[in-house]
Design a protein around this ligand. Sequence first.
Ligand SMILES: [Zn+2]
Length: 225
Amino acid sequence: MKKEIEKKRLKKELKSLFRSMDYVSDNYLNKEGIDDKELEVFANIYQQLGMAWEFLGLQCRHWDGYKKTRDKKEVCKICGKVRDVDETHILLPVKGHKKIGRKKMPDSKKTFRTKKEAKILYDSIDFHGANLKVDVHNSYKSNLFKKELDVNMAAERIVRLKESGIECSIDQHTINIRIGPRKEKGTKPDYGNFAFELKKKDLKHFPVLFKFDDNFKFSGLTILR
Ligand SMILES: [Zn+2]
């Protein structure tokens, strides 16, 4: 029912917008003898109506399907947007859950020649002070480490969250948490050991709680700040 009301409202608004656009176009933009200054004003109005069209179009779920135009494009019967053309804006509700995009994974076994060709998605958002990045790519050749040596970068999906100087990144193989700023290039890298490799007195430096069940199945950890 909500959908029907939404559709009806949007149809009405678009209809009245198209009427305004036609009015400006017929009476001013295509009028003979209009002076340049006046033409510019109406050209601007038309542009702004075009922006309103884009905004309303973002709310359209293209409920009634598409129709073919004379130049063989498929356009939505309601908002007039061309099918399968990338949206340049995203419309999100101020209140409630926001959803952008779908979960993408590497989709090819091939090793691509460049990072650009291997890219599937690289996107980021600043969300109320937290930063989130999603990087999905197929395998590609990189000469990142040594100029003369090609290294195969594995296909992966990495999600990175940054909050208050802490970075958590998750990929298919590891979950990494970094506290504090990134190490500068050329400085000594941090050590990395399994807990069982460390002495009890050294372990005492780390405010980490391991979570596990009766069978010692690891289920997470808590780091105290
Ligand atoms: Zn539509």
